[in-house]
Structure formats: C-alpha cells, structure tokens
Design a protein around this ligand. Sequence first.
Ligand SMILES: N[C@H](CCC[C@H](N)C(=O)O)C(=O)O
Length: 271
Amino acid sequence: MHGLGNDFVVIDGRDEPFQPTQEEIRWICDRHVGVGADQLLVIERVVATGADARMRIYNVDGAEAQTCLNATRCVAWLLLHDSSNDRLVLETLGGLIEATRVGEHDVALGLPAPKWDWQSIPLASAADTLAIDLASGPLAQPTAVNVGNPHLVCFVASRDAIDVPRWAPAIQNDPILPEGANVGVAEMAAPDLIRLVVWERPGILTRACGSGACAAVLSARRRGLTREDRIKVDMPGGQLQIEVHDDESVTLIGAAAVAFSGRLPTDLKVA
Ligand SMILES: N[C@H](CCC[C@H](N)C(=O)O)C(=O)O
C-alpha cells in the first residue's frame, strides 16, 4: 500500500503472528532483492487497550518506529474496507489513533496534541525546542516536536532549492538526538499552504510523510509563521489536509491506496 507515494509492505499478523528479525525486515524493504518499501507494517490483534488492532511499524533498517501516519491511514482503510464500520482505533507505540473513512480513498485521523518539551522529543540535553541550535548548510534552527515520533522542522525560503540528502543527515545524526529524528524541510508558500519534504529516519527521502506534515504545521504555528488552523501540506507524492484544534490536537485527512497483494515466501530468503 501507499499513502501519497510513501509505500509500505502491510502484513496481516492477526491470525498468524509475524515477528520478523531485523534482517528479514531489511530484506522485505529492499527494493532490489526483496519486495521494497519505506516501512514494513504488521497488523496484530489487541486484547487490552480497547483498540480494534495494533499496528507495528518498522523502518528499512529494521528498527521499530512509534508512529507513521501515512501507514495509519493505509491500515485503517484496509481494515474498514471489509467492514460495515466507518471508524476504528489503531494502537501504535506512539499512542492510540482514531481513524474514520471519509471517502472512497480518504481517511481522517484524530491525533492528540504534540509534545514540545526537550525530554519528550527526546533531546540529550535541555534546549529551547522552538529553535534548536543546529545548522547544516542552508538548514538551521529547526523546531523540535514529538507527534508520536520525533521531528525537527527546518523552515527555508524554497523547499525545492535545498539538496536535502546532502544537508539533512548531519542534523538527523547529531548527538543531541539520542533516537535520531525525522528532518522536515518546509516552505511557507502561503499562510494555509506548506511545501514539505522529509528526510525520514533512518535516512531515506520519502515522497510523503504524514507525521512530518503534522510536525511542520504545528511548528509553523508555534513559530508564528501562520495563524491558520486549516493548512494544506504539499509533498512530492501529494497533499494532506491538516486541521489544528484549540488544544493543539490535530485532524489529518489524506488518501490511502493498495498497490498489489500477494504472499511472502514462508522460508524468507534473506539476501
Ligand atoms: N520514519 C519514521 C516512521 C514513518 C513516518 C512517516 N512515514 C509518516 O507517514 O508519518 C520514524 O522513524 O519516525
């Protein structure tokens, strides 16, 4: 599946548990010797939290991530597609997320308010998260925010003028970020329009990033770059609609799509 070109292998582990090794995750995500994806998602049964299902998110290096909002829309779309319901709750490491089908391909997500304090990003030491004292080429003074996963958002005059793979890694891998972070490069094209691209953990440029879109909107408002509460976020793979409520909780609306379905070989031939 994919959410605006941010693509996933989605495995239904509800009946047949699937606990891949880091090596198997890397193989599945490899676009040459495996299937190919930005993240691997595993759907699991839940018994405790009252959620409808749990979604585990694995990055291409095999590490587990707390949140992936493009993925959340995709898994919610899949689970709602076969049901008579229009709403469900998914449990992720980053928290419970409510999803509502709002069209043939569109899903709305309800997200809690973000965390701004340095310990919650997390940062290795105290810092003003409004503008972290970091710079790499044209990227400087990013705002740090945790929307379930960590993001640093750098505002620039022109998103397309930035060589993101050249400049973003130095920020992503700075020692002040013990768990790394997703690095957003954002341009305020209008008070209600942000152009964004995200250098995601562990070091990939994706065509869209749902949590990155939330982080960019929330950071733009916190920096006083806009007072709008409904903002469109244009990314290379498409556009998300973000609405920020008075308590800084967020509604995110965007598409989800199935690319193909199939079965993994049982004896995963890890490259
Ligand atoms: N790379 C991210 C996870 C995927 C987030 C992104 N694909 C989204 O749509 O939110 C991280 O390590 O936190």
